[in-house]
Ligand binder design. Structure first.
Ligand code: ZN
Ligand code: ZN
Length: 310
């Protein structure tokens, strides 16, 4: 299998964020940190080499505890992300400083926490979060973003080996079973979903709720924005869900799913104000892990837009 990435992911992050800095003024303060995060992460994803999983073992990415990590790679990335957060807003910088102090001089501890995160060591992670005085959702934020390159390594191999080019099982990721983070329309008009955990992308029918699979156009709605024709809120009256769809043909920058989820936060807030929600995953599997770290929880900084929440 070819090891080389299909495109230079770091260059794509740089270009997408560079253009978003110009066109998304409400997000300008938070973009530099997230740009640094995704550049470090994509660079790490090119070198991460965890133990290879057996693709014959059903859907191996479904069970978080069974996903092999490249621990040295994840540990180094964790250090890099905590350092990069020093330049983020005061709140996040403080959380990062506390975690750095906790891990300093104890190299094994960060590796242990990364493993705990994968093994759903909820109790122990809660203890760490209490000891260092950092909210559990922020601890999870740094740990998840550090293990993602290992997850991406498996996801790419599985996608190539299992020919996961087909349509997914409704709204759950065909590789790891998590809920989608965001929907997007490709250049050729095909509608895709991007996974909130492994970031795999898969095609779905154009007119269908990704969550309850309702295909009745009468019960599906959308709410666009005049100032930004590239993004809209899609809604389903059958299950009360909403999702954000990006029309990449009108975007004006390379589509990078985590960035577009980030700069759609104002639409998440609007959708919630309109009474729509997102389904929540339950249980002890990858989908539950992804629920911890989906877009709203992924914003560990005081965001100017979130202050407008009623
Ligand atoms: Zn996935
Ligand atoms: Zn629905």
């Amino acid at each position: 299998m070819a090891e080389a990435p299909q495109y230079d992911a770091v260059a794509r992050v740089r270009e997408s964020f560079g253009r978003a800095l110009e066109s998304e003024p409400a997000y300008r303060e938070m973009l530099p940190f997230f740009q640094a995060l995704y550049e470090l992460q994509e660079a790490a994803a090119e070198t991460a080499r965890p133990a290879v999983m057996d693709p014959a073992a059903g859907r191996p990415l479904q069970e978080r505890a069974r996903i092999p990590l490249d621990l040295p790679c994840a540990t180094e990335l964790l250090q890099g992300l905590l350092a990069a957060a020093g330049d983020a807003n005061r709140d996040l910088a403080e959380s990062a400083a506390r975690l750095r102090a906790c891990f300093e001089g104890d190299g094994a501890r960060s590796g242990c926490c990364l493993r705990l995160f994968m093994e759903q060591g909820g109790g122990e992670l809660a203890e760490l979060s209490e000891t260092v005085g950092v909210a559990p959702v922020r601890v999870a934020f740094f740990l998840y973003n550090s293990i993602w390159p290992s997850v991406a390594f498996h996801a790419r191999r599985l996608a190539a080996e299992k020919d996961a080019g087909g349509e997914g099982d409704g709204g759950s990721c065909p590789l790891c079973g998590s809920l989608p983070e965001i929907s997007f329309i490709e250049e050729n008009g095909r509608r895709m979903l991007a996974c909130s955990f492994c970031r795999h992308q898969w095609p779905v029918p154009r007119i269908q709720c990704p969550f309850c699979r309702n295909g009745d156009a009468e019960a599906l709605g959308y709410h666009g924005s005049e100032e930004d024709p590239s993004r809209r809120i899609d809604t389903c009256e059958c299950c009360g869900s909403y999702w954000i769809t990006i029309d990449t043909r009108r975007l004006g920058r390379p589509f990078y799913a985590p960035l577009e989820a980030l700069v759609s936060t104002h639409l998440d807030i609007r959708a919630e104000q309109m009474g729509y929600g997102r389904p929540e995953a339950a249980g002890d599997t990858v989908p539950a892990a992804a629920a911890e770290i989906t877009s709203k929880n992924r914003l560990p900084m005081a965001h100017p837009l979130s202050l407008r929440r009623p």
